[in-house]
Design a protein around this ligand. Structure first.
Ligand code: NAD
Length: 508
């Protein structure tokens, strides 16, 4: 069924589909083209955060399963069944894979929402279309990204081959489970590597199904493997593995740093990191469109419950428009996103991913209060939705950039509004963070905008918009937001290595 038709389902249809999904969900690991139990027989529960109920007991992979998956991936890589497949055939397989994702969107969407609480309308409207788009974009790179022949003197020929790396280990977070995985496996597979994916333990259900769909599309066994399990066990074993050529990671800065250690302790594997953020949206008094700015401000922090790496969590507002901004954000933003049951297509805000995350975010809100920020609205959990892990949209005004809520990644629906005076102070506050994932600037003055684009230390800068872009756009951070770029052609290249062949020619 097409995404358009699925988007017409009402809440009762989604509840029916959720019952079916719970009854039928495959809980095993996917290794070497087949379903398999975890070697040590362990299981862990995945919980629906909207009501605290167990959805499924998933196979819990350990080091033995990682070893099995890496061995299968290594065998598949060296067999050449994928890495040496004709480019057009590899493209065709990935196109079929993208089609199968769309054809199975109903099942994938309901599993994603049950797993991590994301509103079903977001999975259908955002995550799933972007997963298939990612696969197609990376497939298109296969016969478009070339090696090179360089200019040499007449006694030599030099060409540069672009080759896959080998087995790629992907470790992914729970906030966009399928999409963050696709940002890894799609370029890795397109470039001819084989993959072992370790999804977040909070959201394990969709990744194994994606790997199965790849196989249904004609992807050879062993090319795409998924080992669910705990980060400190299965994730660690994958990142320390000597037969893994690259670890591609999306998650917290804290765990990202561990990836660099694991690489150093093992085989000096390549490490690509996409980590946390504390992104500023800077609203200058001369911004061109107050309506658009207010909407970008609240959407930028409340979308996906604020569980977004590039969430515009620090709202820097120039003092002449500060009071108006707080007032209008309160009037419009307070009600634009309201917590509700995520399987209802009318719901714009689901629960946080776990009860522990709810406690952590409420703890950050307490820190904001006790450090003197002004709580304008929210700041609590909606009682009527207990025992779900919900938090009401929250706004703190009069925040100082030294406060805990301005320095630490909250990863919840908590906006921090910070007043400032002039461009220099805005840039100082924007850059006064360990992170540098994204930023946006709002001004009608082109000179000011260009100056600020250059001065802001972040991998992405939007001007008079937020979170806009397409697949040509590199997505990744400066500083402790990471060292990799997803989405763009450079992302595809990051799953290849160059080989220089210098050929000495004798004079004929
Ligand atoms: P996390 O770091 O806790 O976990 C990420 C992954 O790492 C999970 O699969 C987890 O099991 C694994 N892991 C945890 N400990 C490990 C260990 N010791 N060894 C190996 N693997 C381990 O992050 P999370 O809570 O799942 O996700 C939220 C974080 O992800 C936020 O910081 C967010 O900003 C970040 N994120 C960044 C981007 C980006 O593109 N920059 C995108 C999405 C999310």
């Amino acid at each position: 069924m097409s995404l358009e038709n699925i988007a017409k389902h009402d809440a009762s249809r989604w509840l029916e589909l959720a019952d079916q999904a719970r009854a039928q969900v495959e809980t095993r690991l996917f290794i070497d083209g087949d379903w398999t139990d975890a070697a040590e027989g362990g299981r862990f529960e995945t919980i629906d955060p909207s009501n605290g109920e167990v959805v499924a007991a998933m196979a819990e992979g350990t080091e033995k399963d990682v070893d099995r998956a890496v061995a299968a991936a290594r065998k598949a890589f060296y067999s050449g069944c994928w890495s040496r497949m004709a480019p057009r055939d590899r493209m065709a397989t990935l196109y079929r894979f993208a089609e199968l994702v769309e054809q199975n969107a109903e099942e994938l969407a309901v599993l994603e929402t049950l797993d991590m609480g994301k509103p079903i309308s977001d999975v259908i409207g955002v995550d799933l279309p972007l997963v298939s788009e990612t696969i197609r974009f990376m497939a298109e790179c296969i016969d478009k990204v070339d090696g090179a022949v360089t200019n040499t003197a007449s006694d030599a020929m030099h060409f540069i081959l672009r080759e896959p790396l080998g087995v790629v280990g992907a470790i992914t977070p729970w906030n966009y489970p399928m999409l963050m995985a696709a940002w890894k496996f799609a370029p890795a597979l397109a470039a001819g590597n084989t993959v072992v994916l370790k999804p977040a333990e909070q959201s394990p259900m969709t990744s194994t199904r994606l790997a199965e769909l790849f196989t249904e599309a004609g992807g050879p066994a062993g090319v795409f493997n998924v080992v669910n399990g705990m980060g400190e066990v299965a994730g660690r074993a994958l990142a320390l593995h000597h037969d893994v050529a690259k670890i591609t990671f999306t998650g917290s800065t804290e765990v990202g740093k561990l990836m660099l250690q694991y690489a150093g302790q093992s085989n000096m594997k390549h490490v690509g990191l996409e980590c946390g953020g504390k992104s500023p949206q800077i609203f200058m008094a001369d911004l061109p469109d107050m309506n658009a700015a207010i909407e970008a401000a609240y959407c930028g922090i409340y979308e996906n419950m604020g569980e977004v790496c590039n969430a515009g969590s620090r709202l820097l507002v120039e003092r002449p428009i500060y009071d108006e901004f707080v007032e209008r954000f309160t009037a419009e933003g307070q009600f634009a996103y309201q917590p509700g049951q995520p399987l209802d297509p009318g719901t714009s805000m689901g629960p946080l991913v776990t009860k522990a995350d709810q406690r952590r975010v409420l703890g950050m809100i307490d820190a904001g209060r006790s450090e003197g920020a002004r709580l304008v609205f929210g700041g609590d959990a909606p009682e009527e939705l207990e025992p779900g892990a919900f938090v009401n949209p929250t706004l703190f005004a009069d925040v100082n950039n030294d406060m805990t809520i301005a320095r630490q990644e909250i990863f919840g629906p908590v906006a921090c509004m910070i007043p400032f005076d002039g461009v220099d102070e805005a840039i100082h506050i924007a850059n006064d963070t360990i992170y540098g994932l994204a930023a946006s600037l709002w001004t009608r003055d082109i000179d000011k905008a260009m100056h600020m684009v250059k001065a802001v230390e972040s991998g992405i800068v939007w001007v008079n918009t937020f979170d806009a872009g397409d697949y040509t756009q590199p997505f990744g951070g400066y500083k402790q937001s990471g060292n990799a770029r997803d989405k763009c052609i450079d992302s595809y290249k990051a799953y290849t290595q160059t080989k220089s062949a210098w050929i000495q020619l004798s004079t004929p």
